[in-house]
Design a protein around this ligand. Sequence first.
Ligand SMILES: [Zn+2]
Length: 207
Amino acid sequence: MGAPNLPPQLPATPAAAGVAAAIAAVGWHPRARRVVSPNRDARPAGIAVELLVLHNISLPPGRFGGPGVEQLFTNRLDPAADPFYTEIAGLKVSAHFFLRRDGSLIQFVSCGERAWHAGVSRWRGREKCNDFSIGIEIEGTDERPYTARQYARLAGLIDALRAAYPGIAGIAAHSEIAPGRKTDPGPSFDWARLVAACKLPRAWRRI
Ligand SMILES: [Zn+2]
């Protein structure tokens, strides 16, 4: 709809196009496992998805593969299960997607709704990034390299989201939209690898 200065969209691969069509139609990735989070609400009226936000998380911190993240995003974390959990058990948070070390994907919130991942944040002068973003949590830490399966799955997800939401104009680290407050996905995240894999326009990395 009349956006002459947007860069042309790359043609999606057939697989990504099918996924994109499903996401555009219903907000849910057809091949992600669905775990519905109560921590969500409507996007403000008239606000389009324009930004992807990358995060990392592991629960307990630095340990992979357990149920902690799903439990946190569904308000079912047991504060007695780990000393760290007493600090975070009351948080009401979520993300749209959680990408595990093995490349498996879980979706908690429809892309058409607002997930609660960014908190106090600013991108290109606009605050409240949750309003207009899709949040992707990558299982990991700021220090440990992410896995090849995660990069591959993330690239496919981004391809599909670009095709589903042509208004997306950028991708940011949580640390870039909440500087001084957040550090994820950290120095361990290889931006050059992602940009190359997705052939992202240079302008997408402007914060
Ligand atoms: Zn984050």
